[in-house]
Each structure stands twice: as structure tokens, then as C-alpha cells.
Design a protein around this ligand. Structure first.
Ligand SMILES: [Zn+2]
Length: 382
């Protein structure tokens, strides 16, 4: 499709001008008379004049597992309708990380029951734990909850970013990600053979001054609560260091470090972490814009670490997935990402080799989630 949308947009703009001229016989406005001397950063977004091949990828090349998804009301959801939406993207399996959405009792059982009755092969559900009432009895109580939830059918544990940033113990102290009272939690997940998908920290830019040197300036303007002022929160290095020490201390537990462990902008460092910790996987949810600005480095990273990276998206907005497919599968140049506060730059496709794509889309997920029906996926070539 060669710039037909741009042609259509130009025709529409022309038609609007003509219509305006016909309707009220006011002075026609010559666009050259309007000179923008100054404007806001978020308003400067000119259409590209670049004419190159554009590839529309509405469906993934292979069936895929979305390892990082949230459905907040799955107990009563129409899962046949949801599966039909997934089919349009070629999403074979959705992993709902929010099995205990907002802690409601009985909710997890109702979710698992709904899945079992309507779409047993299309959905995987993870459980969650609460850090409320984090006292001496918390550990034993929580380990038992994980055992019970797995017996019920939960296939993993999701840890939200409140651990390490905002969760407090009963003495009012921040609970570090590597707090010793959590060790039995990581251990029982290893014993039960379930992965822990753990989201720790935020993009490092959220700790930086909100000035002209900050790549996430717009995000911190639009979402001021995301700023992490010094003294109030642990530093980026501190909280991520705690996460890495858990990975090293529990080699018998499989971890999935969410959002490329916030090192999507430093893939060399992420690669060293993955090399050091063979029990750790990662996933690409919400950091796609980092990959699209370094297509050669990212392509090599996916090749070198093809056994440890999975597909994840985080937010369930079906029409955003094609940007993921385009970035991973094509060699398109200079195309738009969909959220300017994540990327004021344009994207380039990685053109990943088929085997690498297959492992990213489903091969690695099948390793950590052995209950998934393998007949939904083609055998991996090579
Ligand atoms: Zn998430």
C-alpha cells in the first residue's frame, strides 16, 4: 500500500476547504498566510513525506501466545467473543495475569470455571498475592494460597510493581523485592513448576528531572503521578538490583521479567542478565518503541537470546497489535508508533528470522507453560 492514506487525507482536506469556501462566502484562507511561529512539542507531528514500501500486517505470521495480558472481569466475560477477537490477530492463547483481580475472594475460581466451560484451550490464568498485612504470619498464609490457587488451575504467579515501590510491611517499611520473607514464595513456585511473571520498577527516565533532557518528558507531563522523586522512592538501580538478586538466589524458579526488565534501551545489559540467569525469561510488553528505534541491535539481540524472550503486549487494545507484528516481522522504515508519550521518534522493522519469530511468538511460552495445547501451533522449523 503506497501512501494511499496520505492521498486520501489530502483530498479530504482539500474538499473541506472547498466546502468551507462555498458555504460562507468569507475570504478564502491561503495556507501560506498562516505561519506557525511557535507551537507545543506535542503539536509538532508533521506527516512524513517519505515514500517507501509500507506493509500492513493485521495478523501475526504464526499463532502466538500473549504472555502479558490483563482481563479484569473475566469471571462473567463472554470468552467466545473474546476468542473471536483473538482469532483476527492470530492470537492462539491469552495469558490473563490478573486472576485475582483486585483481590476479590472466589473470583479466581469463577474465572477458571468460566474458562473451563467455554474456551479451555485459549486462556491461561495467573494468580496474584497481596502484600497487605505483611507480618510474620504473611509468608505461611501466602504460600498456602499459592498452593491452593495452583490446585484450582492457576498456571503462574504475577507480581505487580507495587512490590519494591509502594508496598509496606506492618511496621510501615518498604518491602524490598528481595526481602527474605518472600523467599518461600519464590521457592514454592519453583517446587510447583509455575513461572513468576514479575514487574519491578518503571522506565529509568521516571527518576530523572522533568526537563528538556528527559525522553519521557511528555509522559511525565501527561501522567505526573509516574514521576519518582528522589528520597520518596528507591532509585531505579536499587529496585532493579533487588529483582536481579532474587533471580540469582532462586535458580530453581522460572521468572519472566516484565517489560524487558526496563532495559529495552540497553540491550547489551539485558543480554548479560539473561546470560547470567538461565532461569529468567523476558517479554516485550509496552517497550516496543525501544526496539523500533534500534532495528539492527534489537534484531541481533533477539537472535542471540532467542530462547529467553516472549511476546507480551500488556494492554488489550486489538488494533494496536499490528504495530507489534509490523515491527517484528517486516523491514519497513520510519513508521509511526501509536503512543507519542512512549516515542516521539519513528519505528523500523526488525525483519526477524522465522525460527526466532516462532520462539518469540509461542516456542518459549510453551516451555514455561506446559499445559498449553501444543496442537494449536506449528512445529518449530530448524
Ligand atoms: Zn501488566
Amino acid at each position: 500500500m503506497l501512501s494511499s492514506t496520505r492521498v486520501a487525507a489530502a483530498l479530504l482536506a482539500l474538499a473541506t476547504v472547498v466546502a468551507a469556501q462555498e458555504s460562507d462566502a468569507a475570504e478564502p484562507i491561503d495556507p501560506h498566510d498562516r505561519v506557525v511561529e511557535d507551537m507545543r512539542f506535542e503539536d509538532y507531528d508533521p506527516p512524513s513525506t517519505l515514500v517507501v514500501e509500507e506493509t500492513e500486517v493485521l495478523r501475526a505470521k504464526y499463532p502466538f501466545v500473549d504472555i502479558h495480558n490483563h482481563q479484569w472481569a473475566m469471571a462473567a466475560a463472554d470468552l467466545d467473543a473474546l476468542a473471536a477477537e483473538m482469532d483476527r490477530l492470530n492470537m492462539a492463547v491469552m495469558v490473563n495475569l490478573s486472576g485475582r483481580a483486585r483481590g476479590q475472594s472466589g473470583y479466581l475460581a469463577a474465572v477458571l470455571d468460566n474458562v473451563a466451560r467455554s474456551q479451555p484451550s485459549r486462556f491461561v490464568v495467573f494468580t496474584n498475592i497481596s502484600f497487605d498485612d505483611f507480618d510474620d504470619a504473611w509468608t505461611a498464609r501466602t504460600v498456602q494460597q499459592i498452593r491452593d490457587d495452583v490446585a484450582l488451575g492457576a498456571q503462574g504467579l504475577k507480581i505487580y510493581k507495587n512490590l519494591g515501590l509502594t508496598a509496606l510491611d506492618t511496621d510501615g517499611k518498604r518491602i524490598a523485592v528481595d526481602d527474605a520473607r518472600l523467599d518461600p514464595v519464590w521457592a514454592v513456585c519453583g517446587e510447583l513448576g509455575i513461572p513468576v511473571l514479575i514487574h519491578t520498577g518503571e522506565p529509568a527516565a521516571f527518576w530523572l528531572p522533568r526537563d528538556e533532557n528527559n525522553e519521557r518528558w511528555l509522559e511525565l507531563k501527561q501522567k505526573p503521578e509516574r514521576y519518582r522523586p528522589p528520597g520518596v522512592f528507591p532509585t531505579f538501580e536499587e529496585v532493579m538490583g533487588e529483582q536481579h538478586s532474587v533471580f540469582l538466589k532462586h535458580p530453581g524458579t522460572t521468572f519472566i521479567a516484565a517489560h524487558m526488565a526496563w532495559m529495552g534501551n540497553d540491550l547489551g545489559r539485558l543480554g548479560r542478565l539473561l546470560d547470567e540467569c538461565p532461569n529468567v525469561y523476558t517479554e516485550i510488553g509496552a517497550i516496543l518503541a525501544e526496539l523500533g528505534r534500534q532495528p539492527r541491535t534489537a534484531r541481533q539481540f533477539f537472535i542471540d537470546h532467542q530462547d529467553q524472550v516472549m511476546f507480551g503486549k500488556d494492554t488489550w487494545v486489538p488494533n494496536e497489535y499490528p504495530v507489534y507484528f509490523r515491527t517484528l516481522e517486516t523491514d519497513d522504515e520510519y513508521f509511526k508508533y501509536y503512543r507519542r508519550r512512549h516515542a516521539f521518534w519513528r519505528m523500523y522493522g526488525l525483519d526477524l528470522p522465522d525460527v526466532v519469530l516462532q520462539k518469540l511468538y509461542y516456542g518459549n511460552a510453551l516451555k514455561v507453560l506446559p499445559a498449553i495445547d501444543k496442537s494449536l501451533f506449528p512445529p518449530i522449523e530448524g
